[in-house]
Design a protein around this ligand. Structure first.
Ligand SMILES: [Zn+2]
Length: 387
């Protein structure tokens, strides 16, 4: 009863139009989930961009595809209408974590109101949601500020090719809404850890392990010591975690290992002195322990933490959700995303505005289809309220 009364208050034309779009949204979702578009699968990412552009252009929204060699394209679209003032940015990424061939094995399907398939939650449903919100505004208007869609193509590997461009586009925007999946609780994401991947190698001295054991210096021994030291940097109280997630090394059992390598994942918060932490990590990797071994860092990739969403922006979204009859809170997560980049240039950023989804980066990944329309409507209301 309360819910229907609250709903009756929302009469904006874009909200009404979105109310009838669940089937169309699901159809577009199926179309793009059924295209393999893992990071660096350039042709697949471009095919997803073309499918989204077709829908946008049919609604009168011009969309440019900017090449990102090796990764695909940016999709950059501006909703016609308001042109004065700083833009509101609807962001997303078109790449997934899944290898080519995944779609053939487990294509899009719907079961008990949940959609399944590679990238269905993270974040193809979010892309579709953003496209339909843009279309609602293009058809019905009402937004005071310009609205721009900006979809990238390498987020799942830490945005190596697009981070500068994303920060450029976000600079001076009024607000960023990043359509990563809504949490299983239904909540939005108002803070994220940053991540850092450190790849490193260790050289030792090879020797026959039976005849000349003492002549050898084991790279695997050195790696093991470094792993323990790196893991000891984990400090839950300050939000720092370290995880050596893959290791490789040695040649045969009867040779003292001349070489080993590993990849370390570090998560940290916006309060962490990341330069100091990285220096500590390098010192551990480069320490000559045991003697005659040598370690070196071969690559470092970072995703910035997302500083807390300003209360005012969260409140704006919450107010719209409340009018629609649902309550939503902000939540902190250890997962990194491009929203860290946009928050780092000082633009108010709210993340997790996509439909509710679960088990991202697994075969059980799903999208809760019943949340498609209400979350699109809540996002539209937040945009309509922005000045
Ligand atoms: Zn994502």
């Amino acid at each position: 009863m309360q819910i229907s009364e609250a709903r009756a208050q929302v009469t904006d034309a874009p909200i009404e139009w979105l109310g009838g779009q669940q089937a169309a949204m699901t159809a577009l979702l199926q179309q793009i989930v059924d295209i393999d578009s893992g990071s660096r699968q350039e042709a697949g990412v471009i095919a997803v961009a073309h499918a989204l552009r077709a829908r946008l252009e049919a609604a009168g929204i011009a969309a440019a595809l900017e090449p990102v060699p090796g990764y695909g394209v940016f999709l950059d679209a501006r909703v016609p209408g308001a042109t004065e003032g700083p833009p509101v940015l609807l962001m997303g990424h078109m790449d997934t974590v899944y290898p080519a061939g995944t779609v053939a094995r487990r294509p899009f399907r719907v079961e008990d109101g949940r959609a399944y398939g590679p990238g269905v939650a993270d974040m193809k449903s979010g892309l579709v949601l953003n496209v339909f919100v843009a279309e609602a505004l293009a058809r019905c208007g009402g937004n005071a500020l310009p609205v721009r869609l900006f979809f990238s193509c390498d987020e799942e590997i830490g945005s190596p090719a697009t981070r500068e461009r994303i920060m450029d586009v976000a600079r001076g925007a009024r607000a960023v809404f990043n359509a990563e999946p809504g949490r299983v609780s239904g909540n939005l994401v108002t803070g994220r850890k940053g991540s850092m991947v450190v790849e490193f190698e260790v050289d030792g001295v090879a020797a026959h392990s039976g005849i000349n054991h003492a002549h050898g210096a084991s790279a695997i021994d050195a790696l093991a010591q470094k792993i323990l030291a790196l893991h000891a940097l984990t400090d839950p109280a300050s939000g720092i975690t370290t995880n050596v997630g893959c290791v490789q090394g040695g040649i045969v059992p009867n040779m003292v290992a001349p070489h080993a390598q590993a990849q370390l994942d570090v998560r940290y918060t916006a309060d962490t002195d990341i330069e100091a932490l990285q220096a500590q990590i390098s010192a551990i990797i480069e320490a000559e322990s045991p003697p005659r071994t040598r370690g070196r860092v071969t690559a470092v990739r970072r995703t910035l933490p997302m500083a807390q969403t300003p209360d005012a922006l969260l409140a704006l979204y919450q107010h719209g959700a409340q009018q629609l009859g649902f309550a939503v809170e902000g939540e902190f997560t250890g997962g990194a995303a491009d929203s860290g980049l946009t928050a780092s240039v000082g633009t108010p950023t709210l993340c997790g505005t996509g439909p509710v989804g679960g088990h991202p980066h697994t075969e059980r990944e799903y999208c809760e289809l019943s949340t498609f329309v209400p979350r699109a409507q809540a996002l539209a209301l937040a945009i309509l309220a922005l000045r």
